[in-house]
Design a protein around this ligand. Structure first.
Ligand code: ZN
Ligand code: ZN
Length: 375
């Protein structure tokens, strides 16, 4: 049994989480039954909830923690306000914690919200005690952010900004619509509780529930249901292996509104240098993961070494053909851009490209068939 004493409780955090939760659970429905809410409450709830969560996902997470793109000062200012409204500490502090989370993921002593310490701890427990008191003044892993004036301004004035947004916004709406208490309950409290827990699910559920298509070296999972409630952050398995990608859901059918926001802002000149992982790298990771799963199943079969050899052969073939295909694709694109390339050279390249595309497609089928044997 561990003799380590638990660190002291952080009463302010406990009070905020507990009180807001109880009010959302009891007072919000009570007011609904006795007085009732209008459509304006619903609309402003959605606006405020989206503002908070997107400031965390697009701002705190993908911009400041991971530097997956660059943003105009105006957008950074909006994210800084939204982050204070979301009441999740300053961007500097949040990013520092999050960078440690990625660097030491699942390490019970180093990862501030290690999922290996269970659902409760990774969801909210890590914020209820002084587990990481030493990191409160050490932001050495965020020297780059310390050069961002907006980040440092928000860090310095975090408490007044948090109070101003959390009280001021619902209060102003309440005055406009003539229902101060109703707006304080819906846009103030209910929005805060749901925004908190939907973000916290990324640290808890997104490390417990879902699939691991890219890596099982850590607990992070891909989960479409969670992505829906977290503005796209549910594709957490992908995110942990390719953290420098501005996308979490990389396919068009994956729900990632944070990605859509960042991309749309690039058309308006508000974001730039959006970083994406090369497709070859992504496909390689996927194939490697499939090979590992198949290898584990083969392990117990009588002719294991023979089967493994066949599997590896197909895997190597697949990787070679993938590399060839993406290389020629790059060449075709470059040739199309360059006016120097002769027309016939261009058409030769295209022919070779079509050929390799065919080859890769049939190799993929062979690979699928190999995997199907061990499914
Ligand atoms: Zn991250
Ligand atoms: Zn994570």
């Amino acid at each position: 049994m561990s003799t380590k004493r638990k660190p002291p409780l952080i009463w302010l955090n406990i009070a905020i989480f507990l009180l807001s939760f109880l009010v959302a659970l009891v007072v919000v429905p009570w007011y609904g039954f006795t007085t009732g809410y209008g459509v304006e409450h619903l609309i402003w709830f959605i606006v405020a909830f989206s503002f908070c969560n997107l400031s965390i996902t697009a701002g705190y997470h993908r911009l400041w923690s991971h530097k997956t793109y660059e943003a105009h000062g105006l957008l950074r200012f909006i994210f800084a306000l939204g982050g204070a409204f979301a009441l999740q500490n300053s961007a500097l502090h949040w990013s520092s914690d999050h960078r440690i989370h990625h660097k030491h993921v699942d390490h019970n002593d180093k990862d501030p919200y290690s999922a290996k310490r269970g659902f409760w701890f990774s969801h909210i427990g890590w914020m209820l005690r002084e587990y990481n008191a030493n990191t409160y003044s050490d932001y050495s892993n965020c020297r780059d952010l310390q050069k961002d004036k907006i980040v440092m301004w928000q860090h310095k004035y975090y408490i007044p900004l948090a109070i101003l947004t959390n009280v001021g916004i619902p209060l102003a709406l309440g005055i406009v619509y003539g229902d101060v208490l109703g707006m304080l309950l819906i846009v103030g409290v209910l929005r805060l509780v749901l925004s908190h827990h939907s973000t916290f699910f990324i640290n808890s559920l997104a490390h417990i529930w879902g699939s691991q298509p890219y890596t099982d070296k850590n607990t992070a999972r891909d989960n479409g249901v969670l992505a829906f409630f977290t503005f796209g952050e549910g594709y957490h398995n992908y995110h942990h292996i390719f953290e420098n990608d501005y996308r979490n859901g990389i396919y068009w059918w994956q729900y990632d509104p944070t990605k859509w926001l960042i991309k749309s802002c690039s058309w308006l000149g508000l974001t730039r240098k959006l970083r994406v992982t090369p497709k070859l790298k992504i496909e390689k990771a996927r194939a490697k993961m499939c090979r590992e799963i198949a290898q584990r199943k083969i392990e117990n079969l009588p002719n294991a070494s023979q089967l493994k050899e066949a599997l590896n052969r197909e895997f190597e073939q697949l990787i070679t053909k993938m590399s060839d295909y993406y290389e020629i694709k790059k060449q075709v694109l470059e040739a199309q851009k360059s006016s120097l390339t002769e027309k016939y050279e261009c058409s030769l390249l295209k022919l070779r490209y079509q050929h390799l595309k065919q080859e890769l497609s049939s190799q993929r089928k062979r690979w699928e068939m190999q995997l199907a044997q061990y499914a």
